[in-house]
Design a protein around this ligand. Structure first.
Ligand SMILES: Nc1ncnc2c1ncn2[C@@H]1O[C@H](COP(=O)(O)OP(=O)(O)O)[C@@H](O)[C@H]1O
Ligand SMILES: [Mg+2]
Length: 321
Protein backbone atom coordinates (compact mmCIF):
# COMPACT_ATOMS: atom_id res chain seq x y z
CA UNK A 1 0.00 0.00 0.00
CA UNK A 2 1.45 3.34 -1.06
CA UNK A 3 1.34 6.14 1.50
CA UNK A 4 0.74 8.96 -0.92
CA UNK A 5 -1.32 7.15 -3.58
CA UNK A 6 -4.91 8.24 -4.10
CA UNK A 7 -7.38 6.19 -2.06
CA UNK A 8 -9.14 5.36 -5.31
CA UNK A 9 -7.77 5.62 -8.80
CA UNK A 10 -10.01 4.56 -11.68
CA UNK A 11 -8.80 4.79 -15.28
CA UNK A 12 -10.88 4.16 -18.40
CA UNK A 13 -12.99 1.51 -16.77
CA UNK A 14 -15.71 -0.05 -18.88
CA UNK A 15 -18.23 -2.73 -18.00
CA UNK A 16 -21.00 -4.33 -20.00
CA UNK A 17 -23.79 -6.64 -18.96
CA UNK A 18 -24.49 -8.36 -22.24
CA UNK A 19 -25.71 -5.58 -24.51
CA UNK A 20 -26.04 -3.02 -21.67
CA UNK A 21 -23.03 -0.71 -21.35
CA UNK A 22 -23.11 0.06 -17.61
CA UNK A 23 -19.78 1.96 -17.52
CA UNK A 24 -18.02 3.60 -20.47
CA UNK A 25 -14.41 4.63 -20.00
CA UNK A 26 -14.86 5.96 -16.46
CA UNK A 27 -11.89 7.76 -14.87
CA UNK A 28 -11.62 9.56 -11.53
CA UNK A 29 -9.50 9.76 -8.37
CA UNK A 30 -10.46 10.07 -4.73
CA UNK A 31 -7.72 11.45 -2.50
CA UNK A 32 -7.09 10.02 0.96
CA UNK A 33 -9.06 11.47 3.87
CA UNK A 34 -11.88 12.88 1.78
CA UNK A 35 -15.57 12.15 1.53
CA UNK A 36 -16.39 11.86 -2.14
CA UNK A 37 -19.95 11.67 -3.40
CA UNK A 38 -20.66 9.48 -6.42
CA UNK A 39 -23.77 11.16 -7.71
CA UNK A 40 -26.05 10.04 -10.49
CA UNK A 41 -29.63 9.15 -11.32
CA UNK A 42 -30.85 5.56 -11.07
CA UNK A 43 -29.23 3.34 -13.66
CA UNK A 44 -26.18 5.61 -14.02
CA UNK A 45 -23.76 2.83 -13.10
CA UNK A 46 -23.02 3.65 -9.45
CA UNK A 47 -23.59 0.19 -8.00
CA UNK A 48 -21.60 -1.38 -10.82
CA UNK A 49 -18.62 0.91 -10.06
CA UNK A 50 -18.75 0.23 -6.32
CA UNK A 51 -18.95 -3.52 -6.87
CA UNK A 52 -15.90 -3.33 -9.10
CA UNK A 53 -14.03 -1.26 -6.50
CA UNK A 54 -14.88 -3.75 -3.77
CA UNK A 55 -13.59 -6.67 -5.81
CA UNK A 56 -17.06 -8.22 -6.08
CA UNK A 57 -17.29 -7.76 -9.84
CA UNK A 58 -14.76 -7.82 -12.67
CA UNK A 59 -14.43 -5.01 -15.19
CA UNK A 60 -13.97 -5.44 -18.94
CA UNK A 61 -11.35 -2.76 -19.55
CA UNK A 62 -9.28 -0.14 -17.76
CA UNK A 63 -7.61 -0.18 -14.37
CA UNK A 64 -8.74 0.21 -10.78
CA UNK A 65 -6.39 0.80 -7.85
CA UNK A 66 -7.01 1.33 -4.16
CA UNK A 67 -4.13 3.01 -2.29
CA UNK A 68 -1.99 2.19 -5.29
CA UNK A 69 -2.82 -1.53 -5.24
CA UNK A 70 -4.55 -2.89 -8.34
CA UNK A 71 -8.01 -4.25 -7.60
CA UNK A 72 -9.24 -7.38 -9.30
CA UNK A 73 -12.26 -9.54 -8.71
CA UNK A 74 -11.96 -11.54 -5.51
CA UNK A 75 -8.90 -9.63 -4.33
CA UNK A 76 -8.60 -10.97 -0.78
CA UNK A 77 -5.78 -8.81 0.54
CA UNK A 78 -7.96 -5.74 0.16
CA UNK A 79 -10.73 -7.17 2.34
CA UNK A 80 -9.40 -5.37 5.39
CA UNK A 81 -8.54 -2.18 3.54
CA UNK A 82 -12.00 -1.73 2.06
CA UNK A 83 -15.26 -1.63 3.99
CA UNK A 84 -18.08 -2.14 1.53
CA UNK A 85 -21.70 -1.49 2.35
CA UNK A 86 -23.75 -2.87 -0.55
CA UNK A 87 -26.97 -1.32 -1.81
CA UNK A 88 -29.19 -4.04 -0.44
CA UNK A 89 -27.31 -5.65 2.37
CA UNK A 90 -27.50 -9.42 2.51
CA UNK A 91 -27.54 -9.65 6.29
CA UNK A 92 -27.94 -12.97 7.98
CA UNK A 93 -31.36 -12.23 9.44
CA UNK A 94 -31.46 -15.10 11.87
CA UNK A 95 -28.21 -14.03 13.58
CA UNK A 96 -27.92 -11.69 16.51
CA UNK A 97 -26.08 -8.43 15.85
CA UNK A 98 -22.88 -9.27 17.74
CA UNK A 99 -22.89 -12.80 16.40
CA UNK A 100 -23.12 -11.48 12.86
CA UNK A 101 -20.37 -8.89 13.37
CA UNK A 102 -18.11 -11.53 14.94
CA UNK A 103 -18.65 -13.76 11.92
CA UNK A 104 -17.89 -10.86 9.56
CA UNK A 105 -14.81 -9.73 11.51
CA UNK A 106 -13.42 -13.25 11.37
CA UNK A 107 -14.14 -13.49 7.65
CA UNK A 108 -12.29 -10.24 7.08
CA UNK A 109 -9.26 -11.55 8.94
CA UNK A 110 -9.48 -9.50 12.16
CA UNK A 111 -7.32 -11.28 14.71
CA UNK A 112 -9.13 -13.03 17.50
CA UNK A 113 -7.54 -10.85 20.19
CA UNK A 114 -8.81 -7.70 18.51
CA UNK A 115 -12.27 -8.83 17.52
CA UNK A 116 -14.24 -7.84 20.58
CA UNK A 117 -12.74 -4.35 20.72
CA UNK A 118 -13.30 -3.76 17.00
CA UNK A 119 -16.91 -4.97 17.19
CA UNK A 120 -17.66 -2.83 20.24
CA UNK A 121 -16.22 0.20 18.54
CA UNK A 122 -18.13 -0.36 15.30
CA UNK A 123 -21.37 -0.83 17.24
CA UNK A 124 -20.74 2.33 19.26
CA UNK A 125 -19.90 4.31 16.10
CA UNK A 126 -23.12 3.19 14.47
CA UNK A 127 -25.30 3.58 17.55
CA UNK A 128 -26.36 -0.06 17.75
CA UNK A 129 -24.86 -1.06 21.07
CA UNK A 130 -28.36 -1.20 22.59
CA UNK A 131 -29.50 -3.82 20.04
CA UNK A 132 -26.31 -5.91 20.23
CA UNK A 133 -28.11 -9.06 21.31
CA UNK A 134 -31.19 -8.66 19.11
CA UNK A 135 -31.92 -10.87 16.11
CA UNK A 136 -31.23 -8.87 12.93
CA UNK A 137 -34.46 -9.82 11.14
CA UNK A 138 -36.47 -8.25 13.96
CA UNK A 139 -34.79 -4.86 13.69
CA UNK A 140 -36.25 -1.87 11.87
CA UNK A 141 -34.93 -0.94 8.42
CA UNK A 142 -32.93 1.94 9.92
CA UNK A 143 -31.22 -0.33 12.43
CA UNK A 144 -30.51 -3.01 9.84
CA UNK A 145 -28.89 -0.32 7.74
CA UNK A 146 -26.69 0.62 10.69
CA UNK A 147 -25.74 -3.01 11.25
CA UNK A 148 -24.68 -3.12 7.62
CA UNK A 149 -22.59 0.01 8.16
CA UNK A 150 -21.06 -1.52 11.31
CA UNK A 151 -20.16 -4.52 9.16
CA UNK A 152 -18.36 -2.20 6.73
CA UNK A 153 -16.45 -0.64 9.66
CA UNK A 154 -15.70 -3.73 11.70
CA UNK A 155 -12.25 -4.53 10.33
CA UNK A 156 -11.19 -0.86 10.60
CA UNK A 157 -10.72 -0.43 6.86
CA UNK A 158 -9.09 2.66 5.40
CA UNK A 159 -11.66 3.12 2.67
CA UNK A 160 -15.42 2.94 3.02
CA UNK A 161 -17.52 2.23 -0.06
CA UNK A 162 -21.14 2.99 0.74
CA UNK A 163 -23.84 2.33 -1.82
CA UNK A 164 -26.79 4.66 -1.19
CA UNK A 165 -26.41 4.40 2.58
CA UNK A 166 -29.54 6.42 3.33
CA UNK A 167 -31.86 4.72 0.83
CA UNK A 168 -35.19 3.86 2.41
CA UNK A 169 -34.52 5.68 5.68
CA UNK A 170 -36.78 8.29 7.26
CA UNK A 171 -35.55 11.88 7.66
CA UNK A 172 -34.33 11.39 11.25
CA UNK A 173 -32.41 8.27 10.33
CA UNK A 174 -30.95 10.05 7.32
CA UNK A 175 -29.73 12.83 9.58
CA UNK A 176 -28.16 10.28 11.93
CA UNK A 177 -26.33 8.57 9.08
CA UNK A 178 -25.06 11.90 7.75
CA UNK A 179 -23.78 12.92 11.18
CA UNK A 180 -22.13 9.55 11.50
CA UNK A 181 -20.39 10.02 8.14
CA UNK A 182 -19.07 13.39 9.22
CA UNK A 183 -17.67 11.80 12.40
CA UNK A 184 -16.13 8.91 10.44
CA UNK A 185 -14.39 11.33 8.14
CA UNK A 186 -11.62 11.77 10.70
CA UNK A 187 -10.49 8.18 10.31
CA UNK A 188 -11.60 7.06 6.86
CA UNK A 189 -11.75 7.93 3.22
CA UNK A 190 -15.39 7.62 2.20
CA UNK A 191 -16.77 7.02 -1.27
CA UNK A 192 -20.53 7.11 -1.19
CA UNK A 193 -22.99 6.72 -3.99
CA UNK A 194 -26.28 8.53 -4.01
CA UNK A 195 -28.92 9.82 -6.37
CA UNK A 196 -29.81 12.51 -3.85
CA UNK A 197 -28.02 15.74 -4.41
CA UNK A 198 -28.50 17.14 -0.91
CA UNK A 199 -26.59 14.18 0.43
CA UNK A 200 -23.53 15.32 -1.45
CA UNK A 201 -24.13 18.93 -0.48
CA UNK A 202 -24.24 18.11 3.23
CA UNK A 203 -21.45 15.57 3.67
CA UNK A 204 -19.09 15.42 0.71
CA UNK A 205 -15.86 17.28 0.00
CA UNK A 206 -15.67 16.15 -3.61
CA UNK A 207 -18.11 14.92 -6.17
CA UNK A 208 -18.02 12.68 -9.21
CA UNK A 209 -21.20 12.92 -11.29
CA UNK A 210 -22.13 9.97 -13.48
CA UNK A 211 -24.79 9.71 -16.09
CA UNK A 212 -25.47 6.75 -18.37
CA UNK A 213 -22.19 5.12 -17.42
CA UNK A 214 -20.05 8.18 -18.07
CA UNK A 215 -18.44 10.70 -15.76
CA UNK A 216 -19.98 14.03 -16.73
CA UNK A 217 -18.32 16.20 -14.07
CA UNK A 218 -15.92 15.88 -11.17
CA UNK A 219 -14.11 18.09 -8.73
CA UNK A 220 -14.36 19.69 -5.32
CA UNK A 221 -17.97 20.07 -4.34
CA UNK A 222 -17.69 23.84 -4.01
CA UNK A 223 -15.69 24.17 -7.20
CA UNK A 224 -18.47 22.50 -9.07
CA UNK A 225 -20.98 24.94 -7.66
CA UNK A 226 -18.73 27.92 -8.09
CA UNK A 227 -18.01 27.09 -11.70
CA UNK A 228 -21.39 28.55 -12.50
CA UNK A 229 -22.41 30.48 -9.44
CA UNK A 230 -21.95 34.21 -9.39
CA UNK A 231 -19.66 34.12 -12.40
CA UNK A 232 -22.57 34.08 -14.81
CA UNK A 233 -24.80 37.11 -15.25
CA UNK A 234 -27.52 38.47 -17.48
CA UNK A 235 -27.31 42.09 -18.49
CA UNK A 236 -30.31 43.69 -20.20
CA UNK A 237 -29.47 46.78 -22.23
CA UNK A 238 -31.50 49.21 -24.32
CA UNK A 239 -29.34 48.86 -27.40
CA UNK A 240 -28.84 46.94 -30.63
CA UNK A 241 -27.22 43.55 -30.82
CA UNK A 242 -24.37 44.48 -33.19
CA UNK A 243 -22.71 47.21 -31.15
CA UNK A 244 -23.31 45.30 -27.91
CA UNK A 245 -21.57 42.20 -29.27
CA UNK A 246 -18.68 44.35 -30.40
CA UNK A 247 -18.29 45.90 -26.97
CA UNK A 248 -18.43 42.52 -25.22
CA UNK A 249 -15.92 41.01 -27.58
CA UNK A 250 -13.42 43.67 -26.71
CA UNK A 251 -14.04 43.44 -22.98
CA UNK A 252 -11.20 41.67 -21.24
CA UNK A 253 -11.94 38.57 -19.23
CA UNK A 254 -15.26 37.52 -20.73
CA UNK A 255 -15.11 33.85 -21.53
CA UNK A 256 -18.22 33.52 -23.61
CA UNK A 257 -21.54 35.25 -24.06
CA UNK A 258 -24.88 35.00 -25.83
CA UNK A 259 -26.75 37.98 -27.16
CA UNK A 260 -30.48 37.84 -27.63
CA UNK A 261 -32.74 40.61 -28.92
CA UNK A 262 -35.96 41.20 -27.01
CA UNK A 263 -37.96 44.10 -28.51
CA UNK A 264 -36.02 47.30 -27.87
CA UNK A 265 -33.63 45.47 -25.54
CA UNK A 266 -30.81 43.01 -25.87
CA UNK A 267 -30.11 40.49 -23.20
CA UNK A 268 -26.55 39.31 -22.83
CA UNK A 269 -25.70 36.24 -20.82
CA UNK A 270 -22.01 35.98 -20.08
CA UNK A 271 -19.61 34.17 -17.78
CA UNK A 272 -16.50 35.68 -16.27
CA UNK A 273 -13.33 33.66 -16.42
CA UNK A 274 -12.40 32.04 -13.12
CA UNK A 275 -9.48 34.37 -12.46
CA UNK A 276 -11.54 37.54 -12.97
CA UNK A 277 -12.47 39.60 -9.93
CA UNK A 278 -16.12 39.78 -10.63
CA UNK A 279 -17.23 42.91 -8.77
CA UNK A 280 -14.73 45.37 -10.32
CA UNK A 281 -14.96 43.68 -13.72
CA UNK A 282 -18.74 43.97 -13.77
CA UNK A 283 -18.53 47.61 -12.74
CA UNK A 284 -16.10 48.33 -15.57
CA UNK A 285 -18.34 46.52 -18.02
CA UNK A 286 -21.44 48.44 -16.94
CA UNK A 287 -19.49 51.71 -17.13
CA UNK A 288 -18.36 50.81 -20.66
CA UNK A 289 -21.97 50.08 -21.66
CA UNK A 290 -23.12 53.42 -20.29
CA UNK A 291 -20.22 55.20 -22.00
CA UNK A 292 -21.33 53.60 -25.29
CA UNK A 293 -24.81 54.99 -24.80
CA UNK A 294 -26.49 51.65 -23.93
CA UNK A 295 -29.14 52.11 -21.27
CA UNK A 296 -28.68 49.51 -18.54
CA UNK A 297 -32.03 48.07 -17.68
CA UNK A 298 -31.22 45.09 -15.51
CA UNK A 299 -28.28 43.12 -14.20
CA UNK A 300 -28.77 39.75 -12.57
CA UNK A 301 -26.22 37.30 -11.31
CA UNK A 302 -27.09 33.69 -11.94
CA UNK A 303 -26.39 31.63 -8.88
CA UNK A 304 -26.43 28.05 -10.04
CA UNK A 305 -26.41 25.58 -7.21
CA UNK A 306 -25.09 22.06 -7.48
CA UNK A 307 -28.69 21.05 -8.06
CA UNK A 308 -28.85 23.05 -11.29
CA UNK A 309 -25.50 21.77 -12.44
CA UNK A 310 -26.61 18.21 -11.71
CA UNK A 311 -29.93 18.68 -13.51
CA UNK A 312 -28.16 20.24 -16.46
CA UNK A 313 -25.56 17.50 -16.70
CA UNK A 314 -27.94 14.61 -16.37
CA UNK A 315 -30.73 16.01 -18.53
CA UNK A 316 -31.80 13.78 -21.36
CA UNK A 317 -30.62 15.13 -24.65
CA UNK A 318 -33.55 16.18 -26.82
CA UNK A 319 -32.03 14.54 -29.86
CA UNK A 320 -32.21 11.10 -28.32
CA UNK A 321 -35.30 8.92 -28.74
N1 LIG B 1 -26.74 -7.80 -13.39
C1 LIG B 1 -27.12 -6.97 -14.37
N2 LIG B 1 -27.48 -7.45 -15.58
C2 LIG B 1 -27.84 -6.63 -16.59
N3 LIG B 1 -27.90 -5.29 -16.49
C3 LIG B 1 -27.54 -4.74 -15.30
C4 LIG B 1 -27.15 -5.55 -14.19
N4 LIG B 1 -26.86 -4.73 -13.16
C5 LIG B 1 -27.06 -3.47 -13.62
N5 LIG B 1 -27.46 -3.47 -14.90
C6 LIG B 1 -27.75 -2.29 -15.74
O1 LIG B 1 -26.57 -1.50 -15.74
C7 LIG B 1 -26.88 -0.12 -15.64
C8 LIG B 1 -26.23 0.47 -14.40
O2 LIG B 1 -26.82 -0.11 -13.26
P1 LIG B 1 -26.35 0.22 -11.78
O3 LIG B 1 -24.87 0.11 -11.70
O4 LIG B 1 -27.14 -0.62 -10.84
O5 LIG B 1 -26.76 1.76 -11.65
P2 LIG B 1 -27.11 2.65 -10.35
O6 LIG B 1 -26.56 1.97 -9.15
O7 LIG B 1 -26.50 3.98 -10.64
O8 LIG B 1 -28.61 2.74 -10.29
C9 LIG B 1 -28.40 -0.04 -15.65
O9 LIG B 1 -28.81 0.17 -16.97
C10 LIG B 1 -28.82 -1.40 -15.15
O10 LIG B 1 -30.09 -1.73 -15.64
MG1 LIG C 1 -27.42 1.42 -7.42
Amino acid sequence: MLEDAPAISVRDVSKRYGSVAALCSVSFDVQQGRIAGFLGPNGAGKTTMLRILSGALSHDAGSVAVFGEPVSEGHLELRRTIGYMPESAALYGEMRVTEYLRFRAELKGVERSQRKAFIDEAMADCGITDVASRVIAQLSKGYRQRVSLADALVAKPKLLLLDEPTAGLDPNQIRDVRNLLLRLKKAYTVFLSTHILSEVETVADDVVIVHKGRVVAQGKKDLLTRRESGKTFVLALRAEAGPVSKLFRTTVGLADFDVETDGPFVRVQATWDDHVQMGPATERLVAACVASGFGVRDLRMIDARLEDVFAELTRESEEQP
